[in-house]
Design a protein around this ligand. Structure first.
Ligand code: FUB
Ligand code: ZN
Length: 632
């Protein structure tokens, strides 16, 4: 059964040569990985916590309880970056960090520097708040990444010892429990794939199956006098799940309010929800659990039809770092955490792989190229945590955060971009979107030339030792009205299945497929129930959402209106392909009283104006910006 799952191509079999991604990967290796290393190892005590837990250095734990996870995510990102850029000089840094992590592990397998150094008696007692299994999950993902890209088993052995330890504490007939921040569930599936040890798959299923059932373990924690919920920002959220008598009454924040199979809306903390749904979707496919797949589809629909920004950003509220209610999508104060958009892309990739339906890849692509990629500067060394769709010049990326989940997360997404682009299984290759380079999948090796995301044209050339029969599945993006496919110079229709053009044939060495996807600038409007966007339009072209910045306009975009019927052309620029919009109008304004009797608006054409890709916004200093612009 497992052999039939579509999986990303192993990154060890990927060599990217792509006008867009090669530059991002160069910056990743040369700037992002080394500067993040300085953050975790020198400017903050994250790595020191491991050295202290190992006894190499004396001192207390410093920082948030989940800071170990930043170190693990950095290892994962650095492993991918190294696989994409083997000559980058980051290897010694990776070895140093991996050695520190392994040295900190206890003989039992336990590894969490907060509890080892600060609260050894409280291990596994505050599952709702303290992220122990969340950190374990990121350790596992880092270890699998290192193993898959280098074949090294040192960190994998460490992660397995911790996973075995967790499996000895939790599970059927043992202690009941699961983590307040989902992550370990999806990580255990990756560990299962790397090791084929069934116990890891079973534990992943156990955590998903138990969550939200009656008698939540978080309820006991809420009543435990040794646990102080009210001291921290997270405690504030846990407090909301406890009534005046200290009873557990909620759980939506951690998606613990109902069994996963019965949940009807995406609620609570957005990153938690996304990581949970990644695992639920994996489980649904691998165990043929229809109820879980149905729930996944139901929650996906609620999310993407009612609770998602046009950028693929999700979780509008900073209050709970998550969801509020349908159509509540504020632009200026949107939270839309970088990690949440990455989580959406990870879930979309899985749903697309499991169902063979391109609609999930459409959204994943939107989240990758916009909501997630805006989270890092073009220079690769500063970050947005929240990703607003409007700015009045108050926003600016920064080099790091006290809660630094997003920087290493976007680094690992960029490093593993090929895993979002291509899916493979025996006798089948799926192209979600083109990334140029050389790739070796199960069915074949293939080379891709592409100038995506700025053009919809790409070429695939197959490399097979002997004629080989397999199915090529080319995604027909939802934004594309016209796609043509030439195979060996002959235009071929293919069968249209679930949003893919499918070609089943015997392929020969050197066979070439040329794909041309029409990519037109298009104005979008939002459902009228998104009150923020009433009378407004947003410009998209292919996978990219565009925005207007005062840097180009000379005035804040909030002062302008556009005519969506006017011409929009494209131009190359330092920020990639930009759109030049003809029908732009400015309100005629004169200095006057703050309020006066209504006289109607006088609009005058203000000449063509440049819209830039949203991912590139705020790379030329603080500026006013808008994705949704007023219509004339
Ligand atoms: O709690 C760990 C991470 O920090 C979450 O995923 C982010 O949303 C931030 O709260
Ligand atoms: Zn984050």
């Amino acid at each position: 059964m497992f052999a039939s799952l579509r999986r990303p191509i192993p990154l060890a079999q990927v060599r990217i040569r792509d006008p867009f991604w090669s530059e991002r990967l160069r910056v990743l290796s040369e700037v992002t990985i080394p500067t993040q290393y300085l953050q975790i190892a020198e400017h903050t005590p994250r790595l020191r916590n491991f050295l202290r837990a190992a006894g190499v250095e004396q001192g207390p734990h410093e920082g948030y309880c989940y800071n170990d996870s930043d170190v693990y995510k950095w290892i994962e990102a650095a492993s991918y970056a190294q696989a994409m850029h083997p000559h980058a000089p980051n290897e010694p840094l990776i070895e140093k960090v991996v050695a520190a992590v392994i040295a900190a592990q206890e003989p039992s397998g336990y590894l969490d520097t907060y509890f080892q150094l600060k609260e050894p008696d409280m291990r596994w007692r505050n599952l709702s708040a303290m992220h122990e299994m969340y950190c374990a999950g990121h350790l596992i993902e880092a270890a699998v990444a290192r193993y898959e890209t280098t074949g090294r088993t040192d960190l994998l052995d460490c992660a397995r010892r911790f996973a075995d330890h967790i499996g000895s504490v939790f599970g059927p007939g043992k202690r009941r429990g699961y983590c307040g921040h989902q992550e370990i569930e999806l990580a255990l599936w990756r560990l299962f794939d790397a090791t084929e040890v069934q116990a890891y798959a079973d534990l992943a299923c156990y955590f998903i199956n138990e969550r939200g059932q009656a008698g939540s373990p978080f309820a006991e924690e809420a009543r435990d006098p040794d646990i102080h919920h009210f001291g921290t920002w997270l405690g504030g959220w846990i407090a909301k799940n406890v009534d005046a008598e200290g009873n557990y009454v909620g759980g939506e924040y951690f998606q613990d309010h109902a069994p996963v199979r019965e949940q009807t809306e995406v609620v609570g903390h957005a990153v938690r929800a996304m990581y949970m749904m990644c695992a639920a979707t994996e489980q649904a496919a691998r165990t043929e659990d229809d109820a879980l797949l149905t729930a996944s589809l139901r929650l996906w629909e609620n999310l993407t039809e009612r609770r998602m920004y046009v950028t693929g950003g999700i979780g509008p509220s900073g209050h709970n770092e998550g969801f509020t209610f349908d159509y509540d999508l504020p632009n200026l104060h949107s939270y839309a955490e970088t990690c949440a958009a990455i989580g959406l892309a990870l879930w979309g990739r899985r749903l697309s792989a499991v169902t063979g339906d391109a609609q999930f890849a459409d959204i994943a692509e939107r989240a990758i190229f916009n909501g997630a990629l805006a989270g890092i500067s073009l220079s690769g060394d500063s970050y947005f945590y929240a990703n607003p769709l409007e700015s009045r010049s108050q926003h600016e990326r920064v080099p790091w955060f006290p809660c630094a989940c997003c920087p290493p997360n976007i680094a690992r997404m960029i490093g593993s971009i090929a895993s979002f682009a291509y899916l493979a299984r025996e006798h089948e290759l799926t192209i979600q979107f083109p990334v140029g380079g050389h790739f070796e999948a199960d069915a074949c090796a293939f080379e891709v030339e592409s100038s995506y995301p700025y053009s919809g044209d790409y070429t695939v050339r197959f490399r097979v030792a002997e004629p080989s029969e397999f199915e090529l599945r080319l995604r027909v993006p939802e934004w594309c009205d016209e796609m043509t496919v030439d195979i060996e110079g002959v235009e071929m229709e293919g069968e249209f299945e679930g949003g893919y053009a499918v070609y089943r044939r015997t392929w020969h060495d050197g066979d070439t497929v040329k794909v041309s996807m029409e990519m037109q600038p298009t104005w979008m409007q939002a459902d009228h129930r998104v009150l923020e966007n009433a009378g407004r339009v947003a410009l998209v072209r292919g996978p990219l959402v565009y925005c207007a910045e005062a840097t180009d306009l000379g005035v804040p975009p909030q002062t302008l209106c556009v005519d969506p019927e006017a011409e929009v052309r494209t131009e190359a620029s330092d920020l990639g392909t930009v759109c030049v919009v003809e029908g732009v109008y400015a309100e005629e304004t004169e200095d006057g009283p703050l309020y006066q009797r209504w006289e109607g608006r006088a609009l005058s054409p203000s000449g063509p104006a440049t819209w830039i890709p949203y991912f590139a916004w705020c790379n030329r200093g603080k500026t006013a910006m808008e994705v949704w612009t007023r219509e004339v």
